[in-house]
Design a protein around this ligand. Structure first.
Ligand SMILES: [Zn+2]
Length: 325
């Protein structure tokens, strides 16, 4: 069997940049204001890249991005036609290859489920003191909204490190909420990174009442993030960033190190990293990394979505034990 490889794309939302809304700094490191929206053409460019190289993985869709409305009823400052075009593109071009899931409701302020209003604290801080009683309805709402929008989803991504202080309750709540919202007894989630550890692989996080939750970690770093904070777009720069994941000769880089220690390369980047504050430098890095993987690793690795990885782990549970943190 070839080694699974997968790519985590955190933080996408229709048109809205949640990073612009929740970033603690108003500008990039070199002083340009964060752009509040990304044109749909950049999503189309992303789709061209994943289709060109056969890239698979996990793609977040934030259902109530930055507390500006939601994907069902409409988003403040976003034309309905653009919202529909974005969602349609995710369904037809992203989802054949990527497992889609919410990154909780807003990736910004927590939501009072009774009123829909924003609370003062962000979702990360809110989650840190919650239990299954409040986490289950919150997660179920996020999963339900995606499914209502026609985006089949049986997994979630943790905005920031949402839930890490109450991890066991959070894990119980994910599998319970996914079954409640979709009927699925299997679920996946992304919270942890397993970086620079040998044999880094996903694991069985919990089994409760016939439900199984699989934790899929990132095993590399988001080197593409650096493209947000520089006006550089030259080919040399694009190659420098790509080199950190896999060099042009296919012999070095974080992906190679993970493979050499027996682990699964599970790459991670963010929507804002690929958009590079409108310059799209990150998309070009992804294109180059995808090309290098295809050129050098086609006989060693196989691209998989998170749902495919979930099924792989479920078929061989005893070989995917929980690591010690
Ligand atoms: Zn995120």
């Amino acid at each position: 069997m070839k080694t699974p490889i997968s790519w985590i794309i955190d933080d996408p939302a229709p048109v809205i940049s949640v990073y612009c809304e929740h970033s603690s700094k108003p500008t990039t490191a070199d002083g340009r204001p964060h752009i509040p929206q990304y044109p749909n053409s950049m999503l189309f460019d992303f789709c061209d890249i994943i289709e060109r190289h056969g890239i698979r993985g996990k793609f977040s869709v934030i259902p109530m991005p930055a507390n500006k409305g939601d994907i069902i009823n409409g988003i403040e400052g976003v034309e309905r036609a653009d919202l529909d075009e974005w969602l349609d593109c995710v369904k037809t071009r992203v989802m054949p290859a990527f497992s889609v899931g919410p990154e909780m409701l807003t990736h910004h302020k927590a939501v009072d489920l009774a009123t829909g209003n924003a609370l003062e604290m962000n979702e990360r801080d809110w989650a840190s003191t919650q239990s299954r009683e409040t986490l289950i309805p919150y997660i179920a709402k996020a999963v339900s909204m995606l499914n209502e929008a026609g985006l089949h989803s049986i997994g979630v991504t943790s905005p920031w490190d949402f839930g890490i202080e109450v991890e066991s309750e959070y894990e119980y709540s994910i599998s319970y909420a996914v079954e409640q919202a979709t009927g699925s007894k299997k679920a996946w989630f992304f919270l942890r990174g397993l970086r620079d550890r040998p044999n880094a692989k996903p694991w069985v996080a919990r089994e409760d009442d016939g439900r199984t939750l699989i934790s899929i970690p990132a095993t590399t770093r988001d080197y593409i993030w650096a493209t947000i904070d520089t006006p550089r777009t030259d080919d040399e720069y694009v190659c420098e960033i790509a080199d950190q994941l896999i060099t042009a000769d296919g012999k070095a880089g974080h992906i190679i190190r993970v493979l050499e220690t027996g682990g699964y390369p599970i790459l991670i980047t963010h929507w804002q990293s690929l958009m590079s504050n409108g310059l799209g430098t990150g998309l070009r890095v992804m294109d180059e990394v995808g090309r290098r993987i295809k050129e050098h690793l086609s006989d060693r690795v196989e691209w998989m979505s998170f749902e495919q990885i979930t099924d792989l782990v479920l078929a061989d549970k005893e070989n995917y034990p929980k690591p010690v943190f």
